[in-house]
Design a protein around this ligand. Sequence first.
Ligand code: HEM
Length: 406
Amino acid sequence: MTTAPEAPDILSAEFNADPYSAYQVMRNEAPLIWHEATQAYIISRYEDVEKAFKQETFTTANYDWQLEPVHGRTILQMGGREHAVRRALVAPAFRGSELQQRFLPVIERNARELVDGFRTAGEADLVSQFATRFPINVIVDMLGLQRSDHDRFHRWYTSIIAFLGNLTQDQDVIADGLRTRDEFAEYMLPIIRERRENPGDDLLSRLCLAEIDGTHMSDEDIKAFCSLLLTAGGETTDKAIASLFANLLQHPEQLADVRADRSLIPRAFAETLRYSPPVHMIMRQPAEDVELGGGVVPAGSTVTCLIGAANRDSDRYSDPDSFNIHRPELDTSTAFTAAADHLAFALGRHFCVGALLSVTEVEVATNQLLDAMADLRLAEGHTPVEQGVFTRGPAELQVRFTPTTQ
Ligand code: HEM
């Protein structure tokens, strides 16, 4: 084990500017690092991160302090039967006919409304005008909440993500997260009670009525799950769409391929998830001492799993630092399932429940954006700059295009 003086510290500005070079040093020279400032072990190799996601020894007790103070208790923290029952209650809304028949029109409408905001302008920032707004609008609409409250939802999920990724335990971030918890509860609990009385056709009413083996969700459970949905489904898909376009715009020949053959969109999305995943780190806490990265991690300690590093491990992928939607090992039949090759949705018990929803959102968004923006290119002199070490994506994406009127 090492303290890795060769690699920039994960809290440094240098790391934020370019984590990928640091990841390479970590994988090659320091696969298990003790990081004093965050009191956590850091792992970066594919086989180690995969093991931490798949083996039940690695619990998600870290969310007791990383998320529960703001969300309340959610499925992310649960294990065993409790997790299985809770997941069965919520999963149907995010796959199959429920997704395709009920929520596809919601997704299409929300994409169209945002694209209408700039389709005749010839220029846009795809981050602030589309990516940060679209997934959150979709979830708010699916839950049957007020889209006019968008700014509030956006502020809340930004505050929760900051709390989750608060590696330095900044007191202002903690205080803001706790304020968000109170504001969100005050907003949601009366709506949940009202929906129980008068259920509608929306996801929130479904959650109120859902039952598996005699188990229902309490008002607190539903409030906590909605808070998780806004965060897990908002921030991640926001970064995914922005990164997909940043990657394609910086590889114009691949953008041209996708424009000409839209069946390549899932390949572009799968390669984006590998090359520039929205979530770069996830924690775990082993229940017993475990061998990892050539050392032993003691029971109860925190392990920081670097998804962004594992996804570029040369032991797993050829030419890992190249973005290539045509790479032969890409398999879109598994890329959005728990059998995925990349680690962007995690693997094992907590594999992302919203993976298929995110695919649908990305397909709809990409098709509509390409249809609306002929001759799409980066604005002259603009180079997308990624930011964030916990979640990561381009800060802005200034584009130019020939406007259409449809
Ligand atoms: C590209 C988009 C997305 C990415 C990269 C992503 C990533 C992840 C990751 C890494 C996890 C595992 C967390 C862990 O094991 O500690 C996860 C779990 C989860 N995600 Fe996503 N997510 C995305 C989209 C969504 C969407 C759209 C939703 C729903 C609206 C969603 C809801 C959830 C939920 C509820 C869990 C917890 C599942 C469980 O504990 O069983 N995600 N996601």
